[in-house]
Design a protein around this ligand. Structure first.
Ligand SMILES: NC(=O)c1ccc[n+]([C@@H]2O[C@H](COP(=O)([O-])OP(=O)(O)OC[C@H]3O[C@@H](n4cnc5c(N)ncnc54)[C@H](OP(=O)(O)O)[C@@H]3O)[C@@H](O)[C@H]2O)c1
Ligand SMILES: [Zn+2]
Ligand SMILES: [Zn+2]
Length: 504
Protein backbone atom coordinates (compact mmCIF):
# COMPACT_ATOMS: atom_id res chain seq x y z
CA UNK A 1 0.00 0.00 0.00
CA UNK A 2 2.68 2.38 1.08
CA UNK A 3 4.87 1.43 -1.90
CA UNK A 4 2.10 2.05 -4.44
CA UNK A 5 1.29 5.44 -2.95
CA UNK A 6 4.92 6.45 -3.12
CA UNK A 7 5.21 5.39 -6.78
CA UNK A 8 2.15 7.35 -7.99
CA UNK A 9 3.12 10.47 -6.05
CA UNK A 10 6.67 10.80 -7.45
CA UNK A 11 6.73 12.17 -10.99
CA UNK A 12 9.76 13.59 -12.78
CA UNK A 13 11.62 15.31 -9.97
CA UNK A 14 11.28 12.64 -7.40
CA UNK A 15 10.83 14.56 -4.18
CA UNK A 16 8.63 11.88 -2.79
CA UNK A 17 5.80 12.74 -0.53
CA UNK A 18 6.22 16.50 -0.66
CA UNK A 19 3.39 18.79 -1.64
CA UNK A 20 3.81 22.55 -1.84
CA UNK A 21 2.00 24.31 1.02
CA UNK A 22 -1.40 25.73 0.11
CA UNK A 23 -0.46 29.47 0.05
CA UNK A 24 2.29 28.77 -2.48
CA UNK A 25 -0.01 26.62 -4.63
CA UNK A 26 -2.60 29.39 -4.64
CA UNK A 27 0.02 31.93 -5.57
CA UNK A 28 1.71 30.01 -8.37
CA UNK A 29 -1.29 28.23 -9.79
CA UNK A 30 -3.83 31.00 -9.51
CA UNK A 31 -2.60 34.50 -8.71
CA UNK A 32 0.58 34.54 -10.79
CA UNK A 33 -0.95 33.23 -14.06
CA UNK A 34 -4.04 35.42 -13.77
CA UNK A 35 -1.97 38.50 -12.93
CA UNK A 36 0.39 37.83 -15.82
CA UNK A 37 -2.43 37.36 -18.31
CA UNK A 38 -4.31 40.37 -16.97
CA UNK A 39 -1.12 42.43 -17.20
CA UNK A 40 -0.49 41.34 -20.76
CA UNK A 41 -4.11 42.17 -21.62
CA UNK A 42 -3.97 45.68 -20.11
CA UNK A 43 -0.51 46.37 -21.50
CA UNK A 44 -1.63 45.71 -25.06
CA UNK A 45 -5.38 46.25 -25.22
CA UNK A 46 -6.27 48.73 -22.50
CA UNK A 47 -3.14 50.74 -21.88
CA UNK A 48 -5.04 53.77 -20.62
CA UNK A 49 -6.49 51.89 -17.63
CA UNK A 50 -3.16 50.24 -16.96
CA UNK A 51 -1.34 53.56 -16.88
CA UNK A 52 -4.06 55.22 -14.84
CA UNK A 53 -3.66 52.49 -12.27
CA UNK A 54 0.09 52.56 -12.16
CA UNK A 55 0.27 56.31 -12.29
CA UNK A 56 -2.21 56.76 -9.48
CA UNK A 57 -0.08 54.69 -7.16
CA UNK A 58 3.24 56.18 -8.14
CA UNK A 59 5.26 58.75 -6.28
CA UNK A 60 6.45 61.74 -8.32
CA UNK A 61 9.68 60.78 -10.02
CA UNK A 62 12.06 62.40 -12.50
CA UNK A 63 12.03 59.26 -14.62
CA UNK A 64 9.32 58.81 -17.26
CA UNK A 65 6.49 56.54 -16.25
CA UNK A 66 7.02 54.10 -19.13
CA UNK A 67 10.62 53.58 -18.02
CA UNK A 68 9.47 53.10 -14.51
CA UNK A 69 6.96 50.48 -15.52
CA UNK A 70 9.57 48.65 -17.53
CA UNK A 71 11.88 48.64 -14.55
CA UNK A 72 9.16 47.36 -12.29
CA UNK A 73 8.86 44.43 -14.64
CA UNK A 74 12.55 43.73 -14.20
CA UNK A 75 12.02 43.71 -10.50
CA UNK A 76 9.14 41.37 -11.03
CA UNK A 77 11.37 39.06 -13.00
CA UNK A 78 13.97 38.83 -10.26
CA UNK A 79 11.31 38.42 -7.65
CA UNK A 80 9.90 35.49 -9.59
CA UNK A 81 13.36 34.01 -10.01
CA UNK A 82 14.13 34.30 -6.36
CA UNK A 83 10.86 32.70 -5.36
CA UNK A 84 11.05 29.94 -7.86
CA UNK A 85 14.62 29.14 -6.96
CA UNK A 86 14.08 29.22 -3.29
CA UNK A 87 10.70 27.65 -3.00
CA UNK A 88 9.30 26.02 -6.03
CA UNK A 89 11.99 24.19 -7.88
CA UNK A 90 13.50 22.79 -4.71
CA UNK A 91 10.29 22.09 -2.91
CA UNK A 92 7.73 20.61 -5.22
CA UNK A 93 7.28 17.69 -7.48
CA UNK A 94 4.01 19.03 -8.80
CA UNK A 95 4.42 19.43 -12.57
CA UNK A 96 1.56 21.91 -12.82
CA UNK A 97 3.45 24.29 -10.53
CA UNK A 98 6.58 23.93 -12.64
CA UNK A 99 4.73 24.64 -15.84
CA UNK A 100 2.91 27.66 -14.43
CA UNK A 101 6.12 29.16 -13.06
CA UNK A 102 8.07 28.56 -16.24
CA UNK A 103 5.29 30.09 -18.29
CA UNK A 104 5.32 33.21 -16.13
CA UNK A 105 9.09 33.41 -16.36
CA UNK A 106 8.94 33.13 -20.12
CA UNK A 107 6.45 35.99 -20.33
CA UNK A 108 8.51 38.10 -17.94
CA UNK A 109 11.68 37.28 -19.86
CA UNK A 110 10.28 38.44 -23.18
CA UNK A 111 9.18 41.67 -21.56
CA UNK A 112 12.58 42.00 -19.97
CA UNK A 113 14.44 41.54 -23.24
CA UNK A 114 12.18 43.99 -25.02
CA UNK A 115 12.45 46.73 -22.43
CA UNK A 116 16.19 46.38 -22.02
CA UNK A 117 16.66 46.53 -25.79
CA UNK A 118 14.78 49.82 -25.87
CA UNK A 119 15.93 51.41 -22.62
CA UNK A 120 19.53 50.29 -22.50
CA UNK A 121 21.37 49.08 -19.42
CA UNK A 122 20.73 52.34 -17.54
CA UNK A 123 17.70 50.78 -15.97
CA UNK A 124 19.93 48.51 -13.89
CA UNK A 125 21.47 51.29 -11.89
CA UNK A 126 18.49 53.68 -11.75
CA UNK A 127 16.76 51.64 -9.10
CA UNK A 128 16.39 54.63 -6.79
CA UNK A 129 14.19 56.32 -9.38
CA UNK A 130 11.65 53.55 -9.80
CA UNK A 131 8.18 54.62 -8.96
CA UNK A 132 5.87 51.91 -10.19
CA UNK A 133 7.58 49.00 -8.55
CA UNK A 134 4.65 48.22 -6.32
CA UNK A 135 2.66 47.32 -9.42
CA UNK A 136 5.36 44.95 -10.55
CA UNK A 137 3.17 41.93 -10.93
CA UNK A 138 0.73 43.20 -13.54
CA UNK A 139 2.71 41.76 -16.39
CA UNK A 140 5.24 43.44 -18.69
CA UNK A 141 4.54 46.45 -20.83
CA UNK A 142 6.20 48.01 -23.84
CA UNK A 143 7.95 51.27 -23.06
CA UNK A 144 6.43 52.94 -26.10
CA UNK A 145 3.01 52.97 -24.51
CA UNK A 146 1.19 56.27 -24.01
CA UNK A 147 2.01 58.41 -21.04
CA UNK A 148 -0.91 59.61 -18.99
CA UNK A 149 0.27 63.15 -18.33
CA UNK A 150 -1.95 66.01 -19.33
CA UNK A 151 -1.10 69.27 -21.01
CA UNK A 152 -2.93 72.49 -20.23
CA UNK A 153 -4.27 74.98 -22.74
CA UNK A 154 -6.65 77.87 -23.33
CA UNK A 155 -9.55 76.26 -25.17
CA UNK A 156 -12.68 77.61 -26.80
CA UNK A 157 -15.89 75.57 -26.67
CA UNK A 158 -17.41 76.63 -29.97
CA UNK A 159 -17.90 79.45 -32.48
CA UNK A 160 -20.76 81.05 -30.52
CA UNK A 161 -18.35 81.76 -27.68
CA UNK A 162 -15.18 82.05 -29.73
CA UNK A 163 -13.67 84.74 -27.53
CA UNK A 164 -14.37 82.90 -24.30
CA UNK A 165 -11.24 80.98 -23.37
CA UNK A 166 -11.13 78.29 -20.70
CA UNK A 167 -7.95 77.01 -19.16
CA UNK A 168 -8.35 73.23 -19.36
CA UNK A 169 -6.25 70.13 -19.09
CA UNK A 170 -6.25 67.93 -22.16
CA UNK A 171 -4.85 64.59 -23.21
CA UNK A 172 -2.18 64.74 -25.92
CA UNK A 173 -1.84 61.94 -28.44
CA UNK A 174 0.20 58.94 -27.27
CA UNK A 175 3.93 59.63 -27.23
CA UNK A 176 5.57 57.87 -30.17
CA UNK A 177 9.18 56.94 -30.90
CA UNK A 178 9.57 59.92 -33.22
CA UNK A 179 7.74 62.45 -31.07
CA UNK A 180 9.08 65.52 -29.33
CA UNK A 181 7.38 67.28 -26.43
CA UNK A 182 7.91 71.02 -26.60
CA UNK A 183 7.41 73.21 -23.55
CA UNK A 184 6.06 76.37 -25.11
CA UNK A 185 7.62 79.77 -24.56
CA UNK A 186 6.01 81.89 -27.30
CA UNK A 187 3.28 81.54 -29.93
CA UNK A 188 2.20 83.86 -32.74
CA UNK A 189 -1.49 84.59 -33.38
CA UNK A 190 -2.34 83.70 -36.99
CA UNK A 191 -5.29 84.83 -39.11
CA UNK A 192 -6.22 81.14 -39.31
CA UNK A 193 -6.79 81.09 -35.53
CA UNK A 194 -9.62 83.58 -36.06
CA UNK A 195 -11.18 81.73 -39.04
CA UNK A 196 -11.05 78.47 -37.07
CA UNK A 197 -12.54 79.71 -33.81
CA UNK A 198 -15.25 82.04 -35.13
CA UNK A 199 -16.78 79.39 -37.41
CA UNK A 200 -15.73 81.17 -40.61
CA UNK A 201 -14.17 78.00 -41.97
CA UNK A 202 -17.13 75.82 -40.98
CA UNK A 203 -17.26 73.03 -38.48
CA UNK A 204 -14.24 72.36 -36.26
CA UNK A 205 -13.43 69.99 -33.43
CA UNK A 206 -14.11 71.71 -30.12
CA UNK A 207 -13.04 72.25 -27.37
CA UNK A 208 -9.95 73.56 -29.07
CA UNK A 209 -6.76 75.42 -28.23
CA UNK A 210 -5.46 77.02 -31.43
CA UNK A 211 -2.01 78.51 -32.15
CA UNK A 212 0.51 77.19 -34.64
CA UNK A 213 3.47 79.53 -34.53
CA UNK A 214 5.20 77.90 -31.61
CA UNK A 215 8.65 78.24 -30.08
CA UNK A 216 9.78 76.47 -26.94
CA UNK A 217 12.15 73.92 -25.50
CA UNK A 218 12.28 70.24 -26.43
CA UNK A 219 11.78 68.67 -23.02
CA UNK A 220 11.39 65.08 -24.11
CA UNK A 221 12.37 63.23 -27.28
CA UNK A 222 11.28 59.79 -28.45
CA UNK A 223 13.70 56.89 -28.62
CA UNK A 224 14.10 57.12 -32.42
CA UNK A 225 14.37 60.90 -32.70
CA UNK A 226 17.56 62.02 -34.46
CA UNK A 227 16.71 65.52 -35.69
CA UNK A 228 16.18 67.18 -32.30
CA UNK A 229 18.07 67.06 -29.02
CA UNK A 230 16.51 67.33 -25.59
CA UNK A 231 16.92 70.86 -24.24
CA UNK A 232 17.15 72.43 -27.70
CA UNK A 233 15.15 75.58 -28.57
CA UNK A 234 12.76 74.56 -31.30
CA UNK A 235 9.76 75.68 -33.30
CA UNK A 236 6.54 74.01 -34.49
CA UNK A 237 4.35 75.40 -37.26
CA UNK A 238 0.90 74.69 -38.66
CA UNK A 239 1.54 71.13 -39.82
CA UNK A 240 2.35 68.22 -37.52
CA UNK A 241 2.13 65.07 -39.60
CA UNK A 242 2.24 63.45 -43.03
CA UNK A 243 3.02 59.90 -44.21
CA UNK A 244 6.64 60.73 -45.25
CA UNK A 245 6.36 57.89 -47.74
CA UNK A 246 4.22 59.03 -50.68
CA UNK A 247 5.32 60.69 -53.90
CA UNK A 248 4.62 64.16 -52.46
CA UNK A 249 6.42 63.50 -49.18
CA UNK A 250 9.48 62.14 -50.96
CA UNK A 251 9.66 65.28 -53.12
CA UNK A 252 9.67 67.77 -50.25
CA UNK A 253 5.99 68.39 -50.74
CA UNK A 254 4.90 66.88 -47.43
CA UNK A 255 2.61 69.85 -46.92
CA UNK A 256 0.51 68.44 -49.81
CA UNK A 257 0.46 64.83 -48.55
CA UNK A 258 -3.01 63.31 -48.55
CA UNK A 259 -2.42 62.30 -44.95
CA UNK A 260 -1.19 65.66 -43.71
CA UNK A 261 -2.52 66.72 -40.30
CA UNK A 262 -2.74 70.17 -38.77
CA UNK A 263 -1.11 71.16 -35.51
CA UNK A 264 -4.53 71.95 -34.07
CA UNK A 265 -8.03 70.67 -34.75
CA UNK A 266 -6.92 67.48 -36.54
CA UNK A 267 -8.05 64.05 -35.37
CA UNK A 268 -5.09 61.77 -34.74
CA UNK A 269 -5.64 58.43 -36.47
CA UNK A 270 -6.23 55.44 -34.15
CA UNK A 271 -6.82 57.45 -31.00
CA UNK A 272 -9.49 59.97 -32.03
CA UNK A 273 -7.61 62.58 -30.00
CA UNK A 274 -7.93 66.11 -31.41
CA UNK A 275 -4.61 67.90 -31.85
CA UNK A 276 -4.27 71.05 -29.73
CA UNK A 277 -2.17 74.08 -30.60
CA UNK A 278 0.19 76.56 -29.03
CA UNK A 279 -2.15 78.45 -26.69
CA UNK A 280 -1.05 75.65 -24.36
CA UNK A 281 1.67 74.57 -21.99
CA UNK A 282 3.14 71.97 -24.38
CA UNK A 283 2.79 70.56 -27.85
CA UNK A 284 3.64 67.00 -28.90
CA UNK A 285 4.92 66.76 -32.48
CA UNK A 286 6.67 64.32 -34.80
CA UNK A 287 10.32 65.38 -35.16
CA UNK A 288 9.94 66.10 -38.88
CA UNK A 289 7.82 69.14 -37.98
CA UNK A 290 10.03 70.34 -35.14
CA UNK A 291 12.69 72.84 -36.20
CA UNK A 292 15.81 73.96 -34.37
CA UNK A 293 15.77 77.76 -34.03
CA UNK A 294 19.06 79.44 -35.01
CA UNK A 295 20.71 81.27 -32.14
CA UNK A 296 20.47 84.70 -33.70
CA UNK A 297 16.67 84.68 -33.77
CA UNK A 298 14.78 85.73 -30.61
CA UNK A 299 11.86 83.39 -29.86
CA UNK A 300 9.12 85.98 -30.45
CA UNK A 301 10.69 86.93 -33.77
CA UNK A 302 11.01 83.32 -34.90
CA UNK A 303 7.57 82.12 -33.78
CA UNK A 304 5.48 83.98 -36.42
CA UNK A 305 7.84 82.75 -39.10
CA UNK A 306 6.74 79.16 -38.50
CA UNK A 307 3.38 79.71 -40.18
CA UNK A 308 3.18 83.26 -41.56
CA UNK A 309 6.84 83.38 -42.61
CA UNK A 310 6.82 79.97 -44.25
CA UNK A 311 3.50 80.63 -46.02
CA UNK A 312 5.12 83.67 -47.65
CA UNK A 313 8.60 82.20 -48.15
CA UNK A 314 7.62 78.96 -49.89
CA UNK A 315 5.67 80.48 -52.83
CA UNK A 316 8.37 83.12 -53.23
CA UNK A 317 11.25 80.66 -53.60
CA UNK A 318 9.18 78.19 -55.63
CA UNK A 319 8.20 80.84 -58.13
CA UNK A 320 11.48 82.50 -58.85
CA UNK A 321 11.58 85.45 -56.46
CA UNK A 322 15.07 86.90 -56.70
CA UNK A 323 17.25 89.59 -58.25
CA UNK A 324 15.75 91.12 -61.39
CA UNK A 325 12.18 90.13 -60.51
CA UNK A 326 9.35 92.49 -59.64
CA UNK A 327 7.30 90.91 -56.89
CA UNK A 328 4.03 92.11 -55.35
CA UNK A 329 2.65 91.24 -51.91
CA UNK A 330 -1.09 91.83 -51.50
CA UNK A 331 -2.22 92.55 -47.91
CA UNK A 332 0.09 93.87 -45.25
CA UNK A 333 -0.83 91.67 -42.31
CA UNK A 334 1.09 88.91 -40.56
CA UNK A 335 1.96 86.94 -43.68
CA UNK A 336 2.17 90.01 -45.92
CA UNK A 337 4.75 91.92 -43.88
CA UNK A 338 6.94 88.80 -43.68
CA UNK A 339 6.41 88.40 -47.44
CA UNK A 340 7.88 91.88 -47.98
CA UNK A 341 10.82 91.09 -45.66
CA UNK A 342 11.62 87.75 -47.30
CA UNK A 343 11.10 88.90 -50.90
CA UNK A 344 13.51 91.75 -50.20
CA UNK A 345 16.01 89.41 -48.54
CA UNK A 346 15.84 87.18 -51.62
CA UNK A 347 16.87 90.15 -53.75
CA UNK A 348 13.68 91.06 -55.63
CA UNK A 349 12.15 94.47 -56.29
CA UNK A 350 9.24 94.40 -53.84
CA UNK A 351 5.92 96.22 -53.97
CA UNK A 352 3.44 96.16 -51.13
CA UNK A 353 -0.16 96.26 -52.33
CA UNK A 354 -2.50 97.38 -49.56
CA UNK A 355 -6.01 98.79 -49.56
CA UNK A 356 -5.19 102.26 -48.23
CA UNK A 357 -2.09 104.36 -47.57
CA UNK A 358 -2.32 103.73 -43.81
CA UNK A 359 0.54 101.21 -43.87
CA UNK A 360 2.73 102.91 -46.47
CA UNK A 361 5.39 104.22 -44.07
CA UNK A 362 5.66 100.83 -42.43
CA UNK A 363 5.95 99.10 -45.80
CA UNK A 364 8.89 101.29 -46.71
CA UNK A 365 10.51 100.62 -43.32
CA UNK A 366 10.08 96.91 -44.00
CA UNK A 367 12.06 97.43 -47.19
CA UNK A 368 9.37 97.71 -49.88
CA UNK A 369 10.63 99.47 -53.00
CA UNK A 370 7.13 100.58 -53.93
CA UNK A 371 3.62 100.82 -52.53
CA UNK A 372 0.20 100.62 -54.20
CA UNK A 373 -3.11 101.46 -52.46
CA UNK A 374 -6.07 99.85 -54.18
CA UNK A 375 -8.42 102.57 -52.89
CA UNK A 376 -6.67 105.08 -55.22
CA UNK A 377 -8.28 105.80 -58.58
CA UNK A 378 -6.59 103.86 -61.42
CA UNK A 379 -4.19 102.42 -58.86
CA UNK A 380 -2.99 99.69 -61.23
CA UNK A 381 -2.71 101.71 -64.47
CA UNK A 382 0.99 102.61 -64.30
CA UNK A 383 2.01 99.01 -63.52
CA UNK A 384 -0.07 96.90 -65.90
CA UNK A 385 1.82 93.81 -67.10
CA UNK A 386 5.00 94.57 -65.17
CA UNK A 387 5.00 92.07 -62.28
CA UNK A 388 6.69 88.65 -62.40
CA UNK A 389 4.97 87.29 -59.33
CA UNK A 390 2.26 88.33 -56.89
CA UNK A 391 1.57 86.59 -53.60
CA UNK A 392 -1.89 87.39 -52.28
CA UNK A 393 -2.39 87.17 -48.52
CA UNK A 394 -5.81 88.87 -48.30
CA UNK A 395 -8.09 87.06 -45.88
CA UNK A 396 -11.36 88.47 -47.25
CA UNK A 397 -12.91 89.14 -50.64
CA UNK A 398 -14.86 92.27 -49.63
CA UNK A 399 -14.46 94.70 -52.53
CA UNK A 400 -11.76 92.49 -54.03
CA UNK A 401 -11.35 93.38 -57.72
CA UNK A 402 -9.43 90.34 -58.97
CA UNK A 403 -9.22 91.60 -62.57
CA UNK A 404 -7.43 94.75 -61.47
CA UNK A 405 -4.85 92.76 -59.50
CA UNK A 406 -4.25 90.24 -62.29
CA UNK A 407 -3.75 93.04 -64.83
CA UNK A 408 -0.46 93.77 -63.04
CA UNK A 409 1.09 90.48 -64.17
CA UNK A 410 3.46 90.12 -67.12
CA UNK A 411 2.78 87.41 -69.73
CA UNK A 412 2.50 83.98 -68.07
CA UNK A 413 3.48 85.47 -64.74
CA UNK A 414 2.04 83.96 -61.57
CA UNK A 415 -0.58 84.94 -59.01
CA UNK A 416 -0.35 82.81 -55.87
CA UNK A 417 -3.17 83.18 -53.33
CA UNK A 418 -2.32 82.00 -49.83
CA UNK A 419 -5.15 83.87 -48.08
CA UNK A 420 -8.12 81.66 -47.21
CA UNK A 421 -11.20 83.89 -46.92
CA UNK A 422 -14.25 82.69 -45.03
CA UNK A 423 -17.06 82.93 -47.52
CA UNK A 424 -17.73 81.05 -50.75
CA UNK A 425 -15.00 82.74 -52.75
CA UNK A 426 -15.23 84.79 -55.91
CA UNK A 427 -16.25 83.98 -59.45
CA UNK A 428 -13.49 83.82 -62.04
CA UNK A 429 -14.08 84.06 -65.81
CA UNK A 430 -11.63 82.56 -68.29
CA UNK A 431 -11.51 85.92 -70.07
CA UNK A 432 -9.83 87.36 -66.98
CA UNK A 433 -6.66 85.47 -67.87
CA UNK A 434 -6.62 86.25 -71.59
CA UNK A 435 -4.92 89.63 -71.66
CA UNK A 436 -1.65 88.30 -70.18
CA UNK A 437 -2.11 84.50 -70.03
CA UNK A 438 -1.25 84.62 -66.34
CA UNK A 439 -1.27 81.60 -64.07
CA UNK A 440 -3.50 81.48 -61.03
CA UNK A 441 -2.57 79.23 -58.13
CA UNK A 442 -2.24 78.70 -54.44
CA UNK A 443 0.27 77.50 -51.89
CA UNK A 444 0.11 75.69 -48.56
CA UNK A 445 2.73 76.29 -45.85
CA UNK A 446 6.08 74.80 -46.99
CA UNK A 447 8.45 71.88 -46.51
CA UNK A 448 10.84 71.09 -43.66
CA UNK A 449 13.72 71.99 -45.96
CA UNK A 450 12.17 75.36 -46.74
CA UNK A 451 11.46 76.02 -43.06
CA UNK A 452 15.10 75.41 -42.13
CA UNK A 453 16.35 77.51 -45.05
CA UNK A 454 13.97 80.35 -44.16
CA UNK A 455 15.03 80.40 -40.51
CA UNK A 456 18.69 80.40 -41.53
CA UNK A 457 18.12 83.23 -44.01
CA UNK A 458 16.33 85.20 -41.29
CA UNK A 459 19.21 84.62 -38.87
CA UNK A 460 21.90 85.43 -41.45
CA UNK A 461 20.24 88.60 -42.72
CA UNK A 462 18.90 89.78 -39.37
CA UNK A 463 15.28 89.66 -40.54
CA UNK A 464 12.96 90.80 -37.77
CA UNK A 465 9.24 90.05 -37.58
CA UNK A 466 7.31 93.09 -36.34
CA UNK A 467 5.84 91.72 -33.17
CA UNK A 468 3.51 93.00 -30.50
CA UNK A 469 4.19 90.81 -27.47
CA UNK A 470 1.23 89.97 -25.22
CA UNK A 471 1.29 87.80 -22.09
CA UNK A 472 -1.00 84.83 -22.59
CA UNK A 473 -4.20 84.95 -20.49
CA UNK A 474 -7.92 84.49 -20.95
CA UNK A 475 -8.53 88.24 -21.23
CA UNK A 476 -5.56 89.01 -23.47
CA UNK A 477 -6.49 86.24 -25.90
CA UNK A 478 -9.99 87.67 -26.30
CA UNK A 479 -8.47 91.08 -26.85
CA UNK A 480 -5.81 90.13 -29.44
CA UNK A 481 -8.19 87.98 -31.45
CA UNK A 482 -10.71 90.83 -31.58
CA UNK A 483 -7.99 93.21 -32.69
CA UNK A 484 -6.67 90.79 -35.33
CA UNK A 485 -10.23 90.30 -36.58
CA UNK A 486 -10.47 94.10 -36.94
CA UNK A 487 -7.15 94.36 -38.83
CA UNK A 488 -5.67 96.23 -35.86
CA UNK A 489 -2.21 94.70 -35.54
CA UNK A 490 1.31 95.71 -36.51
CA UNK A 491 2.02 93.11 -37.68
CA UNK A 492 1.85 89.99 -35.56
CA UNK A 493 0.77 89.35 -32.00
CA UNK A 494 3.04 86.97 -30.17
CA UNK A 495 1.96 85.38 -26.91
CA UNK A 496 4.52 85.27 -24.10
CA UNK A 497 4.54 84.78 -20.31
CA UNK A 498 3.85 81.03 -20.51
CA UNK A 499 5.68 80.36 -17.24
CA UNK A 500 3.28 82.60 -15.32
CA UNK A 501 0.27 80.69 -16.64
CA UNK A 502 1.58 77.14 -16.85
CA UNK A 503 4.45 77.06 -14.36
CA UNK A 504 8.17 76.51 -14.77
N1 LIG B 1 -2.07 79.09 -47.47
C1 LIG B 1 -1.58 78.86 -46.30
O1 LIG B 1 -0.81 77.92 -46.12
C2 LIG B 1 -1.95 79.75 -45.16
C3 LIG B 1 -1.22 79.69 -43.97
C4 LIG B 1 -1.54 80.55 -42.95
C5 LIG B 1 -2.58 81.45 -43.10
N2 LIG B 1 -3.30 81.47 -44.25
C6 LIG B 1 -4.40 82.44 -44.48
O2 LIG B 1 -3.84 83.65 -44.97
C7 LIG B 1 -4.70 84.75 -44.67
C8 LIG B 1 -3.89 85.88 -44.06
O3 LIG B 1 -3.40 85.51 -42.78
P1 LIG B 1 -2.68 86.58 -41.86
O4 LIG B 1 -2.35 85.89 -40.59
O5 LIG B 1 -1.61 87.28 -42.58
O6 LIG B 1 -3.89 87.60 -41.59
P2 LIG B 1 -3.84 89.14 -41.24
O7 LIG B 1 -2.68 89.46 -40.38
O8 LIG B 1 -5.20 89.48 -40.75
O9 LIG B 1 -3.61 89.87 -42.66
C9 LIG B 1 -4.53 89.83 -43.70
C10 LIG B 1 -4.36 91.08 -44.56
O10 LIG B 1 -5.21 90.93 -45.68
C11 LIG B 1 -5.55 92.20 -46.16
N3 LIG B 1 -7.01 92.21 -46.43
C12 LIG B 1 -8.00 91.90 -45.59
N4 LIG B 1 -9.19 91.99 -46.20
C13 LIG B 1 -8.93 92.36 -47.48
C14 LIG B 1 -9.73 92.61 -48.61
N5 LIG B 1 -11.07 92.51 -48.55
N6 LIG B 1 -9.13 92.95 -49.76
C15 LIG B 1 -7.79 93.07 -49.83
N7 LIG B 1 -6.98 92.86 -48.79
C16 LIG B 1 -7.54 92.50 -47.63
C17 LIG B 1 -5.20 93.22 -45.06
O11 LIG B 1 -4.08 93.96 -45.52
P3 LIG B 1 -4.17 95.53 -45.88
O12 LIG B 1 -4.68 96.20 -44.64
O13 LIG B 1 -2.76 95.84 -46.20
O14 LIG B 1 -5.09 95.68 -47.04
C18 LIG B 1 -4.80 92.35 -43.88
O15 LIG B 1 -3.78 92.93 -43.14
C19 LIG B 1 -5.75 84.16 -43.74
O16 LIG B 1 -6.92 83.90 -44.50
C20 LIG B 1 -5.14 82.88 -43.26
O17 LIG B 1 -6.09 81.95 -42.87
C21 LIG B 1 -2.99 80.64 -45.28
ZN1 LIG C 1 -1.17 80.17 -39.64
ZN1 LIG D 1 2.79 61.56 -47.80
Amino acid sequence: MATTKQATASPAVGLAGFTLPLPYRVFFLLIEPIATLAGAYYAFFDQRTYLDLTHASSAPSPIPLGTSIAMSQLANLYFAFALSEALVLRATSDLRVWKAVLFCLLVADLGHLYTVSVLGPRIYWSVFEWNAIDWGNIGFSPVTMPYPEQFTGFQVNGPDTWLDFHKNEFQPKPFGDYDVDVKIEACGVCGSDVHTLNGGWGEQNFPLAVGHEIVGTAVRVGSKVTLIKEGQRVGVGAQSYSCLDCRQCKNDNETYCKKQLDTYGAVWPDTGIVSQGGYSSHVRTHEHWVFPIPEGLPSTVAAPMLCAGLTAYSPLVRNGCGPGKKVGIVGLGGIGHLGVLFAKALGAEVWAISRTHAKEDDARKLGADGFLATADKDWNAAHVMTFDLIVNTANSFDGFDLDAYLSLLDVHAKWVSVGLPEDDGIKIRNQTFLSNGCFFGSSHLGSRKETLAMLQLAADKGIRTWVEEVPISKENLANVLTRLHNNDVKYRFCLTGYQDQFGA
